[in-house]
Design a protein around this ligand. Structure first.
Ligand SMILES: C[S@@+](CC[C@H](N)C(=O)[O-])C[C@H]1O[C@@H](n2cnc3c(N)ncnc32)[C@H](O)[C@@H]1O
Length: 250
């Protein structure tokens, strides 16, 4: 592994992210156009209709060009395994970004319908271009909105996309870290998760979702059964992270 892969602070695009931190929370993008550049790179270099190649080209862009805040290849493998465990017919993701993790979910669950909720219209547009190139646009849908909008976005899922009691098999949480727990609670309140459904949460250590982690610990063996995966922040091997994989016990 190259030194730059192992030591992320040697990369300009990583240092640039420090100044982009405020942009991420307000616009959902770093602020230097890297997300649109990533889409252009994928469309120019990945074989159309080849999910593996599209994912590989996104990872390549994140390693070699500019760092992206996708779940990445290492943590993505944990996501794949959790999806395969759930064998979902219906999956929901919170936080689309460039569409990378939804594409991994689509690859791991070829028969699933996948919905991804994203705050930023520009990210939704980028992700749709990636999914169309990978050939999954017929079963991966981005809904622009947020769970925390008083129920409007969840109402859209219920009214237009078949979300209902016990229908949801898999949930991937990867958006605003402070919203992990309230948004999970809002989904629980709808009764959408079936017993045995799996929820995966990224970045529980970095940037961190301590209330979500505390909740899962408090619910261990009662409502949820959680595995804490010790892993690394995306696209480097220096900083550690936690991914939580939780089975809903009903
Ligand atoms: C870490 S990125 C998601 C990465 C993506 N899941 C992947 O691995 O490919 C977080 C995304 O969540 C979006 N976001 C932030 N807060 C949100 C919210 N409250 N509701 C929906 N999306 C949100 C941001 O715009 C950004 O695109």
């Amino acid at each position: 592994m190259s030194l730059k892969r192992r030591l992320p602070f040697l990369r300009w695009s990583v240092l640039r992210m420090a100044t982009g931190a405020r942009n991420i929370t307000t616009t959902g993008q770093i602020g230097d156009g890297r997300e649109a550049a990533a889409v252009d790179y994928v469309l120019a270099n990945a074989r159309a209709g080849d999910i593996d190649d599209v994912l590989a080209r996104i990872d390549e862009f994140a390693y070699e060009k500019s760092l992206l805040i996708n779940i990445g290849d290492e943590k993505g493998a944990l996501l794949d395994t959790a999806v395969q465990r759930a064998q979902p017919a219906l999956a929901l993701e919170l936080g689309t970004y460039c569409g990378y993790s939804a594409l991994r979910i689509a690859r791991a669950a070829p028969a699933a319908r996948i919905y991804s909720i994203e705050l930023a219209e520009a990210n939704a547009a980028n992700a749709r271009r990636i999914w169309a190139h990978a050939g999954v646009a017929d079963r991966v849908t981005c809904v622009v909105g947020t769970v925390g909008d008083g129920g409007r976005t969840l109402d859209v899922l219920a009214a237009q996309h078949g979300f209902g009691a016990g229908a949801l098999d898999f949930l991937f949480i990867d958006h605003d870290k402070d919203a992990y727990l309230p948004d999970l609670q809002a989904i629980l309140d709808r009764g959408w998760l079936r017993a045995g459904a799996i929820a995966v949460a990224d970045n529980v250590k970095v940037p961190g979702a301590p209330r979500y982690r505390e909740y899962m610990r408090a619910q261990q063996g009662a409502r949820w059964d959680t595995i804490e995966h010790r892993t690394h922040v995306e696209y480097q091997s220096l900083v550690t992270d936690l991914v939580l994989e939780s089975e809903f016990l009903g």
